[in-house]
Design a protein around this ligand. Structure first.
Ligand code: 4HQ
Length: 253
């Protein structure tokens, strides 16, 4: 059974375009992943197919009507036990790699409700939605990009989507750390060279160097991530080495 996502939006083409390229396109072709895009306007009952209206109480901007959202959910996914309805909103739980992993293991179909305009009528959030998710503390013009961000991050965790890569030990060793530096040809480029160890052919030395670089980069750029990461005895040894290296540098300066 493929992992199944549904997206409810008034701009279906925005999403279809992104899903038509690269790894997501291939995963959908291979039926590992299924993403169905639904036009909210098709579920508006009135003759002008309107999906928004003026806010009660006045004020600026339009509010998305609740009824098209209830209409689509009740007609396409009537069984609560088989669906997980997610709304994209800055009020939601902050999305991260743990959330992505959780969603990749979810058995239910995942339905994203994308809003536009000022807001969605509160009754949608209160009575239809199972979870609100935010992709970050900033304000966007719609929920479409957040839905794509989440689908993208979740899809690459589904077995088979990235091929063999990703299930390997190399990938799992860096889970929770920032990536180590990568290099490719040419070996010498505008006076810049590649670290010798990567050309040595010694794979245990290469792995050691990469792990050390991952820890060093994390310590320098996002030290708070290291607090959450469970360091092995080997990792602590590398961390000590990193600190010694920087002390030596200080002494020589
Ligand atoms: N939105 N993370 C959709 C966001 C947002 C975010 C603002 C959601 C506009 C209509 N969603 N409304 N940040 O900024 O998920």
């Amino acid at each position: 059974m493929p992992k199944k996502f549904h997206v409810v939006t008034i701009f279906p083409e925005m999403l279809k375009t992104y899903l038509g390229y690269g790894i997501l396109k291939r995963a959908i072709q291979k039926s590992i992943l299924s993403v169905e895009i639904h036009n909210l306007r098709d579920y508006s009952r009135d003759k002008h197919k309107t999906v928004d209206d003026y806010p009660f109480g006045g004020g600026a901007g339009m509010v998305m009507k609740p009824d098209p959202f209830f209409e689509i959910v009740e007609s396409l996914w009537p069984e609560k036990e088989k669906r997980k309805i997610v709304m994209l909103s800055p009020r939601g739980r902050l999305f991260n790699q743990d959330t992505a992993l959780g969603l990749s293991r979810e058995e239910k179909d995942i339905i994203f409700l994308c809003g536009r305009y000022e807001a969605i009528d509160q009754r949608v959030s209160d009575h239809l939605v199972d979870e609100e998710i935010s992709i970050g503390d900033y304000i966007l013009t719609g929920g479409e990009l957040p839905a794509l961000v989440i689908i993208d991050a979740v899809a690459r965790l589904i077995p088979g989507v990235l091929g063999d890569f990703g299930s390997t030990e190399e990938e799992s060793f860096s889970w929770g750390l920032l990536d180590y530096p990568h290099y490719t040809r040419p070996e010498h480029f505008q006076g810049m060279s590649v670290p010798d160890v990567l050309l040595s052919g010694n794979h245990s030395e290469i792995n050691r160097w990469r792990k050390k670089q991952a820890i060093k980069t994390t310590l320098e750029k996002r030290p708070e991530l290291l607090d959450k990461y469970l360091l092995s005895d080997k990792d602590r040894e590398l961390l000590e080495e990193i600190k010694e290296d920087s002390n030596e540098l200080d002494r020589s300066n």
